[in-house]
Write a protein that binds this ligand. Structure first.
Ligand code: PEP
Ligand code: MG
Length: 590
């Protein structure tokens, strides 16, 4: 509860992963800034140490400059504080004195900076002029930025957190989120990111309540502040009052009761009241998550994102390493299908081994299948591993970011080569697997009728389809509110793809985040999607709502949806028609 010196602050962001948690904040970015160790530097290494300090200041300047540039119109008037920070970064008292201290006392840059800052702080704090007093906090802010750049990413080691906390960070990279230990982290809150960002996806996968895109959370929340994170409503309450605590404890209990109720039915088939069966599958990033898919009643794996095995390392994984992981997943799921998607690196998941990642616009760059076709050795290694794993169960191959038919043909050619080489080497494999493509680029929607003749199934990736169709960066919180699966253009695109698939006699799945939100079910059922794939924890709620719907009604309903011209009208129509069975009504209103 808030003590009498603190006031409750409510921050609005994007509810990226459902659930409510209440606990102490742990600031990831500040870690390593407060605790500074002193060590001595050899005379011969002093120049290097000063260079290290200078380059941290340079990065800090770039950082502040970027914040100034990106400041919202309405916050422009506050940008002058950041301009002051820019000046302070070059200030002799801070910059010059730190360099002198490193030289004179032969100490590490962090220690020198800390010493200079504390002298300056006390100098300013002894001045009674409130304006000058404020400069002390500016110095602390600025030195924090330099310090963060000095200590670098190594200082943020999420896996070493020892207490149960809620992570508060400017941003969390996929590499960081994969270090999260579930028994320590209750939820997370970030300044950046949106629902379809990988941080959001991982939060849902880990079943941690998360609110992202808060912009200034790391500037407002302090270490050890008590906070409430409501991932359903997208709000964070800092220093809650007694009243808020009681209220959110109640929401939390009701939400958990709802989750428990849907979980009880999670192993029943997702069959509508008039007997139509939809297949509800799980998305996984790591082989270990297979257990969650099974526990939550998934009918298989609809999307196995394979890129995580390539991240956070300096070399590429070997065929045997990949094969072992794939086989584990395939064997555990057999005879249920496992849809292995080939490497979708770069974009927002950069790999480290090459410098090609340095692109101005990575989302439109050398990503996914484009990267694989330009690096056929890397691709062939993965395809061989997939073909080998296919001998152990039910494997489907899924190709991401297809934008032209040529990419499909080229992929098939390399796949054949991989199969031939395995054959020659006498290694066991299975060539008889279904090949599908992700429909996530508008050109693939337009070419769906032609592409359908070259593949066995489609899987609609709405995270990217929305990004590319509506020109909205999926990771940019400034436009996150525009990232809308119920935009009429998206509904029409999805319907077009489903109609084409039906016409050409192939199956159509959806594995983007649109597939996991119960509010979208009446529309997806009405459109005629055959299979949905989502983060495992969403499976029970989706199955539950499908079981309470009638296919016949949904088919009629979609006709009304198509008459609407805006997503607001569409949401309203869904709420008016299906409100009684939507989960948020159930847990907020009891
Ligand atoms: C998508 O784009 O919808 C998708 C499922 O793929 P990813 O989120 O991995 O880009
Ligand atoms: Mg995608």
């Amino acid at each position: 509860m808030a003590d009498k010196d603190t006031i409750e602050i409510v921050l609005n962001g994007i509810g990226a992963s459902p659930g409510i948690c209440i606990g102490k904040a742990y600031l990831v970015d500040k870690e390593g800034v407060d605790v500074v160790e002193k060590y001595f530097i050899d005379k011969k290494n002093l120049k290097k140490e000063i260079k290290r300090f200078k380059s941290a200041v340079k990065s800090a300047k770039d950082e502040v400059q970027a914040i100034i540039k990106g400041t919202h119109e309405e916050l422009r008037q506050h940008a002058y504080i950041l301009e002051t920070h820019m000046v302070l970064l070059k200030d002799k008292m801070l910059y010059g004195k730190t360099i002198k201290t490193i030289e004179k006392e032969q100490v590490n840059a962090e220690w020198a900076l800390k010493k200079v800052v504390s002298t300056l702080k006390s100098m300013f704090q002894n001045i009674t002029d409130p304006y000058l007093g404020e400069r002390a906090s500016d110095i602390v802010h600025v030195s924090d930025i330099i310090m963060r750049n000095l200590v670098g990413a190594e200082a943020v080691n999420i896996s070493e957190i020892r207490k149960r906390v809620i992570l508060v960070a400017h941003d969390l990279s996929p590499a960081e989120t994969t270090q999260i230990q579930l028994e320590k982290i209750m939820g997370f809150v970030t300044d950046r990111g949106g629902k379809a960002s990988h941080t959001g996806i991982i939060a849902r996968t880990l079943e941690l309540p998360a609110v992202l895109g808060l912009e200034y959370a790391t500037g407002i929340i302090k270490n050890d502040d008590l906070i409430i994170v409501d991932g359903n409503a997208g709000i964070v309450i800092v220093n809650p009052t007694e009243k808020s605590l009681v209220e959110f404890e109640e929401h939390k209990i009701r939400y958990e009761e709802y989750r428990a109720a849907v979980a009880r039915g999670s192993h029943l088939a997702a069959e509508t009241t008039d007997g139509f069966r939809l297949h509800v599958m799980g998305n996984i990033e790591l082989p270990e998550e297979v257990v969650s898919v099974i526990d939550y009643g998934g009918d298989g794996i609809g999307l196995y994102r394979t890129e995580f095995q390539y991240l956070n390392r300096s070399d590429f994984p070997k065929e045997g390493e990949l094969f072992d992981k794939y086989r584990d997943v395939v064997e555990v799921m057999a005879p249920k299908p496992v849809t292995i998607r080939t490497l979708d690196i770069n974009g927002d998941k950069a790999i480290s081994p090459n410098s090609e990642c340095d692109e101005i616009n990575p989302a439109l760059g050398l990503r996914a299948i484009r990267y694989c076709l330009q690096n056929p050795d890397v691709f062939r290694t993965q395809l061989r591993a997939i073909l080998r794993a296919a001998a152990f169960g039910n494997v489907r191959l899924l190709i991401p970011m297809i934008s032209s038919c040529d990419e499909i043909f080229e992929t098939k050619r390399i796949l054949n080569e991989a199969a031939d080489s395995l054959d020659k080497e006498g290694i066991a494999f299975n060539r008889d697997i279904k090949i599908g493509i992700m429909i996530e680029i508008p050109s693939a929607v337009i070419m769906a009728d032609v592409m359908a003749q070259a593949v066995d199934f489609f899987s609609i990736g709405t995270n990217d389809l929305i990004q590319y169709s509506l020109a909205i960066d999926r990771g940019n919180n400034k436009v996150a509110s525009l990232f809308n699966p119920l935009h009429p253009a998206i509904i029409r695109s999805v319907k077009h793809v489903a109609d084409v698939a039906r016409d050409k006699g192939i199956k159509v799945a959806m594995c983007g985040e649109m597939a996991s939100d119960p509010i979208n079910m009446p529309i997806l059922l009405g459109i005629g999607i055959d299979e949905l794939s989502m983060n495992p924890q969403s499976i029970p709620a989706v199955k539950s709502i499908i079981r309470s719907m009638k296919l016949k009604d949904a088919r009629l309903f979609i006709k009304d949806v198509l008459k609407k011209s805006s997503s607001t009208e569409i949401v309203q129509l869904v709420r008016d028609t299906y409100g009684e069975i939507l989960p948020d009504k159930l847990y907020y209103e009891g």
